[in-house]
Design a binder for this molecule. Structure first.
Ligand SMILES: [Zn+2]
Length: 328
């Protein structure tokens, strides 16, 4: 065969594998395809090369689907938590805190020093946001975060099964059926409530830092009470609250990693691989964790390694117990 016809056959094989995975066509898949075709042309003498190329297509498709699902889940819960959060944010919440801050800084007089402004603004922000816990929407926010953690865990479990299935060439996983089943199994997991409280505390911390910084800026620039109120509302009562997006992303990933690790432990898995997403956001710690794979299950580094970490814990696993999740 000519190099050209080998390249064509390899591209077809990769595409066929990718199609079996049910995954989306992404930039990463395209790059992987080009690379797979290059390897196939290079190793054209290997009688198994097209089969190997097809397997690569399946593998890349599985990862593309996994990351697409996680992204969707993150978007979905970021929106849900944002909605619950915004119900708590009312101008009257800010009123006392802002008046107190302004009185303290004597904003009509000469401005005090920047460090004093920052400290007072941070204290005011803390006072304002701590009061959210006493508002009527707090329970709903807590519930939404708990649900996000459950969804993260369920997805982590499904992902672990998908990876294990891919490793042995088993096809036909119905990711949605698997997710629903895994999610239902977590309905009575009490520890999710204490975890939800931990993430709520992180959310308040982050929002407090953001609000404190904003109020300090306003105070330093001689902003009026109305300016401060406007700025605070713009920061915390919009469709895109930074603190919410940051914390939900981190919480979901943590949930997913915990879900996978708990599953591996209960299934008697011994060795776990740390797999980086290879999306250009991989930090040196994550690279080292990948290079250090496989890890003994009880010594695998804490995952995620950092907020916005996209790494995944992968392992070989007996799939007998999950037969109901496969359509073939
Ligand atoms: Zn990472």
């Amino acid at each position: 065969m000519s190099a050209h016809s080998i390249a064509l056959a390899a591209r077809e094989a990769f595409a066929a594998g990718w199609a079996v995975s049910g995954g989306p066509m992404t930039g990463r898949v395209r790059i992987a395809c080009v690379e797979a075709v290059r390897i196939a042309v290079e190793q054209a003498d290997d009688p198994q090369i097209l089969e190997a190329t097809l397997d690569l297509g399946k593998l890349e498709g599985m990862w593309a689907l996994l990351f697409q699902r996680r992204e969707k889940l993150t978007d979905q819960y970021t929106a849900a938590v944002t909605t619950a959060w915004r119900k708590l944010i009312r101008p009257r919440l800010f009123r006392d805190g802002l008046h107190h801050l302004r009185a303290q800084l004597g904003l009509v007089e000469a401005a005090p020093d920047p460090a004093a402004i920052r400290a007072a603004a941070l204290a005011a922000a803390r006072g304002i946001l701590v009061s959210l816990a006493t508002t009527s929407g707090w329970a709903a926010l807590r519930q939404t975060i708990r649900d996000a953690l459950a969804a993260g865990r369920a997805e982590g479990i499904v992902n672990a099964v998908a990876i294990a299935a891919e490793r042995v060439g088993r096809i036909g996983l119905d990711w949605d059926i698997a997710f629903d089943h895994a999610y239902q199994q977590l309905a009575r997991l009490d520890e999710l409530w204490s975890e939800a409280d931990t993430w709520l505390a992180r959310l308040l911390d982050r929002a407090t830092t953001d609000l404190g910084r904003l109020l300090a800026e306003q105070a330093a620039n001689g902003g009026s009470y109305e300016d401060m109120l406007d700025a605070a509302s713009t920061l915390l009562d919009t469709a895109d609250v930074n603190a919410v997006a940051f914390v939900v992303d981190w919480a979901l990933t943590t949930g997913a990693d915990q879900g996978a690790l708990t599953l591996y432990t209960s299934e008697g898995v011994q060795a776990v691989d740390w797999i980086t997403a290879g999306d250009g956001r991989v930090c040196p710690t994550c690279e080292d964790n990948e290079t250090g794979s496989p890890w003994q299950i009880n010594s695998v580094p804490q995952a995620p390694a950092h907020p916005l970490c996209r790494c995944v814990l992968a392992a070989d696993m007996n799939l007998t117990r999950f037969a109901g999740w496969f359509t073939t």
